[in-house]
Design a protein around this ligand. Structure first.
Ligand code: GDG
Length: 729
């Protein structure tokens, strides 16, 4: 088998989705395959059949130890991701279909939010990410699909920092006010932003996503270009309306034998997975209204509804099935005659060939979801209009309505309006029917599945945009209103914030221009500047070299500054000797370029020069030694900090400085900005949440409590520069 290649890079494409294209069932004869249902498989299977590549997904059953999947017949390779029955319940039925599916379809009252489900969803996404990363070492493109795997990109990115990574969402992305109901909204957005490209079906979903990253994460969004900048990474966002295999459906429709429905008079056809988003009850009400209002259709017209069983483990789906059964029974009971039942309802799937014949012979395609990412049935219906032209009635709430403007568009909640549309479709002149169908078919033939794949993969392999320099207008937008009329207290971390990270801390020297701008800020009568560092106080004093600046060393355990009584945490006295002992203990780990920096009461074990493959072991040992000495180990940039177990951190140090300077009502006197790049700055970000504007500098890969991110030291300098030039308060 040859893995086919990503066109641009000539390297294989790796696709991951929750389901594989087939699902297994355990029978007396062993594991049996049956095709998976639904739009995602319909879309992806032909792509991989044609191009080859690798598909990673869940096989649909819990496999027994040592059990092998029957070998694949597909012309592409497959790696199954195993889930236990318990995991599948929480991950699939629970979080994917109980939380995300309704929420993303803007039906929040149906969504349930359970932490246990969320945790398992996170674990399974991590598992998927790891399997994908194993298979994608030389991939030209990793392409992850749909709402079940929205956190997986972050894990792939963690393991393969340089891989080309794209995501496509097959369902809607809801507006900000709905998405933010998700208690884990930030985690989802952050994970998606590890991708190079994120695709949606239509522009409005892409715009909803942009709104969310801007408002929830504080990311920088270039709307015109549809680019998100977050930390030091850029992500393209785009609308890629999915198409179908037009030619295949057309050929199937041409070849399909005449169906029994064609003999039964005019058929109004509905085809859906049995799902509450598909608007099946509303459709039956609309059909009932048609029969009430237009008796001329009695005995002439049949609504043929195919509902493919779906998610039948989920209670809500079982309830929906009963509701539909009851409705069909009631309407049939009300209108049926000896020779005619108005609704034919099939609760099972049919073959593709049968489906094509049904589409072709239907007089009306009634596709009226109350919410739908795209809806492929509408497209398949028009592809199959190879004989007498039928009429497509399409919900304006399906993504497909964005482009399929020649359909009769209806709001499915408007029962009378929908009934009118059915009547209009049933009585439409042939000329109008043909004009509409011709236009619809022309577009779907052109924008078919191949063209979708080509446009998506082309966008995914385009050169990644660079971060546009941060300008005055960014800072004005973010900070002007907040600061207006107030004094400013500005807190800055040192390493990685004011000076770039270096192999050795002694090399992390302030550039002349940053030093100058910092000095200008600190000399302004309306601004106080403090540098809060993990370095020892004497060290940070040497590096900053400005008497006008307040300095906090050892994460704020020692503070000094102008008009400020020097502070040394009272408990430190107990730790000086212990720190010396710990420094001696850590010497044993001084291998491969690792070394220990003794900073008085605290220490830092640096491993920046240690080769990647020996880091994990050393870090683990460092943690053990530090904990054994009664100190707290804490991960920093290529370093482990050892801090005495004193309830003190950068957050408390900031509070101390603010209270000393401005008294207990400091928040009424002064506005606060805090900028840092390190895990230890997170204490300050958390403490200052709602009380300050906070910026996390650097990579977007770790979570942050900061209000916004800045990409690098240059952006911090731009901020200082803007602050130094602003009009005096
Ligand atoms: C999700 C999004 C988005 C249906 N019944 C039978 C059958 N089908 C096939 C259809 C069609 C597919 O299933 C259904 O696709 P949809 O797009 O309508 O809907 P979802 O399953 O909800 O798909 C949706 C899609 O992903 C793709 O991105 O469009 O918005 O919700 O292809 O033909 N196929 C066969 N027998 C049936 O009885 N063989």
């Amino acid at each position: 088998m040859t893995a086919d290649l990503d066109t641009e890079t000539q390297r294989p494409i790796v696709v991951a989705s929750n389901r594989l294209p087939f699902t297994f069932e355990r029978t007396a004869e062993g594991l049996q395959r049956r095709p998976s249902s639904g739009g995602l498989v319909t879309a992806l299977d032909p792509i991989l059949r044609k191009r080859g590549g690798h598909w990673i997904g869940w096989p649909g059953i819990e496999m027994k130890p040592g059990e092998q999947l029957p070998s694949a017949r597909e012309p592409y390779s497959i790696t199954p991701v195993q889930l236990s029955a318990a995991e599948s319940e929480r991950f699939y039925e629970g979080f994917s279909n109980g939380t995300l599916w309704p929420l993303m379809h803007s039906m929040p009252t149906r969504a349930r939010f359970h932490r246990e489900d969320w945790e398992v969803y996170g674990q399974i996404n991590e598992r998927f990410g790891e399997v994908v990363a194993q298979q994608a070492l030389d991939a030209g493109l990793v392409w992850i699909h749909d709402y079940q795997l929205m956190l997986a990109p972050a894990h792939v990115r963690r393991l393969l920092p340089d891989v080309r990574l794209a995501f496509f969402l097959h369902i809607p992305f809801p507006p900000y006010d709905v998405f933010r109901l998700l208690p884990w909204d930030r985690e989802f957005l952050r994970a998606l932003l590890t991708c190079d490209l994120i695709g949606f079906h239509v522009r409005s979903y892409a715009h909803n996503f942009l709104d969310c990253v801007q408002r929830i994460l504080g990311a920088r969004v270039r709307r015109q270009e549809m680019i998100v900048e977050y930390g030091d990474r850029t992500t393209r966002v785009g609308a890629f309306p999915l198409g179908i295999e037009f030619d295949t459906f057309e050929s199937l429709a041409m070849a399909a034998p005449r169906t029994a429905t064609a003999e039964a008079g005019a058929t109004v056809l509905g085809v859906d997975r049995l799902d509450y988003t598909k608007g099946i009850p509303e459709r039956i009400y609309a059909f009932e209204r048609l029969l009430e209002n237009y008796p001329e259709h009695h005995e002439q017209v049949v609504l043929f509804q195919i509902a493919v069983p779906s998610r039948s483990q989920v209670e809500e789906y079982r309830e929906l099935k009963s509701e539909i059964d009851e409705l069909v029974g009631r309407v049939n009971g009300r209108f049926a005659t000896a020779t005619w039942s108005p609704i034919r309802y099939l609760y099972r799937s049919v073959t593709r060939q049968q489906l094509a014949g049904l589409y072709r012979d239907a007089r009306v395609g009634l596709i009226t979801p109350i919410r739908d990412g795209m809806n492929l049935v509408a497209k398949e219906f028009v592809a199959c209009q190879v004989g007498e032209p039928g009429v497509l009635i399409l919900s304006s709430l399906a993504g497909a309505s964005d482009t399929m403007r020649e359909a009769l568009l209806v709001n499915p909640y408007d029962i009378d309006g929908s009934a009118e549309a059915i009547h209009r479709a049933l009585t439409m002149e042939e000329e109008e029917r043909r004009s509409r169908v011709v236009a619809l078919r022309r577009r779907e033939r052109r924008d078919d599945l191949d063209s979708w794949v080509a446009s998506f993969t082309k966008a995914a392999s385009a050169t990644q945009p660079t971060i546009a320099p941060i300008t005055d207008s960014d800072f004005e937008g973010w900070l002007s209103d907040y600061m207006e009329g107030y004094r400013l207290s500005l807190f800055l971390d040192y390493d990685g914030t004011l000076a770039p990270l270096c192999d050795h801390p002694s090399n992390a020297i302030l550039s002349d221009s940053v030093h100058h701008t910092l000095k200008t800020c600190a000399e302004r009568p309306d601004t106080e500047v403090a540098v809060v560092s993990g370095r020892s106080l004497s060290d940070v004093r040497k590096m900053v070299d400005l008497e006008t600046v307040t300095l906090a060393g050892n994460h704020g355990l020692e503070i000094e500054g102008p008009r400020f009584s020097t502070f040394v945490h009272q408990d430190l006295i107990h730790y000086r000797e212990r720190a010396n002992q710990l420094a001696r203990d850590l010497e044993s780990l001084g291998v491969n370029g690792a070394w220990t920096e003794a900073k008085g009461p605290t220490l830092t074990y640096h491993y920046r020069s240690v080769p990647e493959d020996s880091r994990e072991q050393l870090v683990k040992q460092a943690h053990t030694i530090i904990s054994r000495a009664g100190y707290q180990p804490r991960d920093a940039h290529a370093a482990v900090e050892a801090r005495p177990p004193i309830g003190w951190d950068k957050g408390r140090a900031v509070l101390h400085i603010l209270r000393e300077r401005y008294g207990p009502s400091w928040s009424e006197e002064v506005r606060v900005i805090y900028v840092g790049d390190d895990q230890t700055d997170e204490d300050a970000f958390r403490f200052l949440a709602g009380l300050a504007q906070t910026f996390r500098v650097g990579s977007a890969d770790t979570a942050t409590a900061a209000t916004r991110r800045l990409p690098n030291v240059a952006a911090v300098h731009a901020l200082l520069d803007w602050l130094s030039r602003r009009p005096l308060t």
